[in-house]
Design a protein around this ligand. Structure first.
Ligand code: MTE
Ligand code: MO
Length: 341
């Protein structure tokens, strides 16, 4: 076993902090990913915390500050389960690095994505208990792990606008696939923001703060953004994208995912560089916040390059070329998926 009870075949990019993508076999094995194959993205060292002294603080622009133990969370609010896909904004970065190098960033292939059944309470219910004041427009999350790649080095944090925080799908989760969260995935409690880039799903969350402005944390204010106008904009919902997981014996198998609950309408695969396409058979998603698996009958002789592309339910297609999507930190590459056999 690799560190953190992960499968031996995890694609480990960094040992410390531990950054590893899910092997294609783990992603293909089921529409819900086993915890031992679930990708890991860590900006700092996994914190050690005794659940005994752990408390979640809810403060800022609220009528009533809260200090909640795990038992208080479990016992005081309705329990909720959501099957949600997490995808790192850096998933498929390798395709952008092939266009032009991106020094200092992890060369993620298409395995910085996984799906779990998360159990916890709705963030909306906790915010309701605290009573959000009128001036609050963002909900910020703070964790104790210190990110060395932040400038300056600082604990990890993020925020989401109040509308997303109050939506029923955003969880404060203590379990993953029916078992307590393992340390590397955020024990004892993490935020799960379905449909949005993984960076907003803060692990080891200790503080939830209602604010007038977005979090000033490096990972909200500086990283995980795309150039926009003369400034930049935060990455939020995941754009429709897909991956090819395996191909052989005349069949290709993969995943497709469109964030923000949009769902995938169609997937096509080409074995001739995009001249002709075969429509893939799409599995039903395990829920509105999850990816879908697909399979297509296509020639799979050695040397063939397979290309796959998806449309979301708004009719938005994936762009063809990574070159048009290149950005300095290498986020959000949703160009057509390619696999050379
Ligand atoms: N939360 C904390 N506290 N520290 C982190 O480094 N990484 C974020 C997010 N939450 C991170 C975090 C990023 S960039 C992603 S993609 C997801 O966690 C990855 O979640 P996972 O490791 O459980 O797959
Ligand atoms: Mo990420």
């Amino acid at each position: 076993m690799k560190p953190w009870d992960k499968r031996d075949d995890m694609v480990v990019h960094e040992g410390e902090p531990f950054n590893a993508e899910a092997p294609a076999a783990a992603l293909a094995a089921g529409v819900v990913t086993e915890v031992d194959g679930f990708y890991c993205r860590n900006h700092g060292t996994v914190p050690e915390e005794g659940p005994e002294e752990w408390r979640l603080v809810v403060d800022g622009l609220v009528r009533q500050e809260l200090r909640l133990s795990l038992d208080a969370l479990r016992g005081g609010f309705a329990r909720c389960e959501v099957v949600a896909t997490l995808q790192c904004a850096g998933n498929h970065r390798a395709g952008l690095m092939d266009v032009r190098d991106i020094p200092g960033e992890i060369r993620w292939g298409s395995g910085a994505i996984s799906t779990a059944r998360w159990t916890g309470v709705r963030l909306a219910d906790v915010l309701e208990r605290a009573g959000i004041e009128d001036g609050a427009a963002h909900i910020a999350f703070e964790a104790p792990d210190v990110a060395k790649d932040a400038l300056p080095p600082q604990p990890y944090g993020a925020s989401v606008p109040v509308a997303k925080a109050r939506s029923g799908e955003v969880l404060l989760a203590w379990a993953m696939n029916g078992r307590p969260l393992p340390p590397v995935h955020g024990a004892p409690l993490r935020v799960v923001v379905p449909g949005w880039i993984g960076a907003r799903s803060v692990k080891w969350v200790r503080r939830v703060t209602a604010r007038a402005e977005p979090s000033t944390n490096y990972f909200q204010a500086t990283a995980y953004r795309l150039p926009s106008g003369s400034g930049s904009m935060p990455l939020e919902a995941v754009a429709v994208n897909c991956g090819i997981l395996r191909a052989g014996r005349g069949e290709a198998v993969g995943y497709a995912y469109a964030g923000d609950g949009r769902g995938v309408a169609r997937v096509e695969v080409s074995a001739d560089g995009g001249h002709t396409w075969t429509r893939a058979e799409l599995d039903a998603p395990p829920g509105p916040w999850a990816w879908q698996h697909w399979r297509a009958a296509v020639p799979t002789t050695a040397g063939t390059e397979l290309v796959a592309r998806a449309w979301d339910c708004d009719g938005t297609p994936q762009p063809q070329c990574a070159a048009a999507l290149w950005n300095p930190k290498g986020y959000a590459n949703n160009a057509w998926a390619r696999m050379r056999l």
